[in-house]
Structure formats: structure tokens, C-alpha cells
Design a protein around this ligand. Structure first.
Ligand code: GTP
Ligand code: MG
Length: 204
């Protein structure tokens, strides 16, 4: 897989050209977005990871095999930032997710150790209200036993089904142990080919 950093941006003027199918990775600060992106890309230092939450502040665009675009979105729910910074984050992310025409899926990352968190649930609901497709990625599965991961995921699904009629695609991952990678990449490949046939269809 050939992954190249394209650019960082904070508003539509700065986004790269909207040509390739795109996938965004969003989630609370420190949930493991940058680590997951590095795992998918097979490159350690590609997306900056850090034990200090709030490291990623701009939208970071990467091209993958010149076929699709991956976006590392700065994390939400980081307590130690000011209200105005938080609002700025909200505007930047909402703007991006709502307006980016080539964005096919938003991957929402949640920590597999935790119960549904308010900020996650609020973001998922906002996506739903706006009819935006998303998938759910459970991170850091290596920090729990397999049984515990599955019972947490099952509890999460039950919570989702109280609000939703259908479950989103769900992935269980560990960037540490490199699990869940093939599943996510296969899913993206499938979406890319659907997108490809739609785009081709439009010109036939
Ligand atoms: P922000 O950019 O601040 O929003 O954080 P992020 O979501 O990009 O998180 P990042 O990938 O920087 O990871 C945060 C911390 O969690 C780092 O110390 C990582 O090493 C650790 N971490 C991430 N993924 C995993 C994982 O799958 N397993 C384990 N054990 N640790 C992980
Ligand atoms: Mg990050």
C-alpha cells in the first residue's frame, strides 16, 4: 500500500481536490485514530501519535495507492481545551463531514474498554440526523480479554439498537496487535468499487 500525506486543512478552501473516494477517521481524543491510520498504512510515523491528547488539530489528508483518500480528523471530547477551541473543532468537523461530496464513510472510533460515552453518542446521533453513513471501530482491543471485548461490543450494540433500527458496520481493532486491518481495508475496497461503478455509470 502506498500512502502519501497530501496536506492539512481546516476549511473547504484548503481541502485537496474532491476526486477520489474518501474516508474519515473520527473519535475522541486519544482513542487511537492516528495509530489506526498508521496500522492501515503500514507506516509507523505517518500520522502523528501521542500520549498527549489533542495532538491532531487540523484535518490531515492522505492518499492511498492514488485510489482513495484517508482523513485523520482531530479528536473531540478533550477536556483541557477552551470552549472557543471546542466550538472551532465542531465547526471544522461539521463543515467537512456535511460538505465533502466525496466522503463515503465516516469511521467513528470508540475505545473498546468503555461504555458508550456521551460525546460519541452525540456525534453518532448527529451523523444519523444528517443521513451520513458511518461505521463503528472499537479500538485498543488488546487491552482486554477477548471475552470482555465481545461483551462490551454486545452491550454497545444493545445501546445502539435502543435508538437505531439497524446497526452500522462494526470493526474490532488493535493497532498494537495489528488486528482488524484486513476487515477495514476490504470494506473500503468494496465501497471504492461501488463508487467507481456509480461514477462510471453517470457518464454512460
Ligand atoms: P488525538 O490525535 O490526540 O485525538 O489522539 P488519537 O486518537 O490520534 O490517538 P493516538 O493514535 O495518538 O493514540 C493515543 C494513545 O493510545 C497512544 O499512546 C497510543 O500508543 C495508544 N494506542 C493507540 N491505539 C492503541 C492500541 O490499539 N492498543 C494499545 N495498547 N494502545 C494504543
Ligand atoms: Mg491523532
Amino acid at each position: 500500500m502506498k500512502v502519501n500525506f497530501i496536506k492539512s486543512a481546516q476549511d473547504p478552501k484548503g481541502y485537496p481536490q474532491a476526486k477520489l473516494p474518501e474516508y474519515a477517521f473520527v473519535g475522541r481524543s486519544n482513542v487511537g485514530k492516528s495509530s489506526l491510520i498508521n496500522m492501515l498504512a503500514d507506516a509507523k510515523g505517518l500520522a502523528k501519535t501521542s500520549s498527549t491528547p489533542g495532538k491532531t488539530r487540523l484535518l490531515n489528508f492522505f492518499s492511498v495507492d492514488d485510489q482513495w483518500i484517508l482523513v485523520d480528523v482531530p479528536g473531540y471530547g478533550f477536556a483541557k481545551i477552551s470552549k472557543s477551541q471546542r466550538e472551532h473543532w465542531g465547526d471544522m468537523v461539521r463543515d467537512y463531514v456535511l460538505k465533502r461530496q466525496t466522503l463515503l464513510y465516516t469511521f467513528v472510533l470508540v475505545d473498546s474498554r468503555l461504555k458508550p460515552q456521551k460525546s460519541d453518542t452525540a456525534f453518532l446521533e448527529w451523523l444519523g440526523e444528517n443521513n451520513l453513513p458511518f461505521a463503528l471501530v472499537f479500538t485498543k482491543a488488546d487491552k482486554l480479554s477477548r471475552n470482555k471485548v465481545h461483551s462490551n461490543v454486545a452491550a454497545y450494540k444493545r445501546a445502539l439498537l435502543e435508538k437505531w433500527e439497524e446497526l452500522p458496520p462494526i470493526f474490532i481493532t488493535s493497532s498494537e496487535e495489528k488486528t482488524g486491518k484486513a476487515e477495514i481495508l476490504n470494506f473500503i475496497t468494496g465501497c471504492n468499487s461501488e463508487y467507481g461503478s456509480l461514477v462510471t455509470g453517470a457518464f454512460n
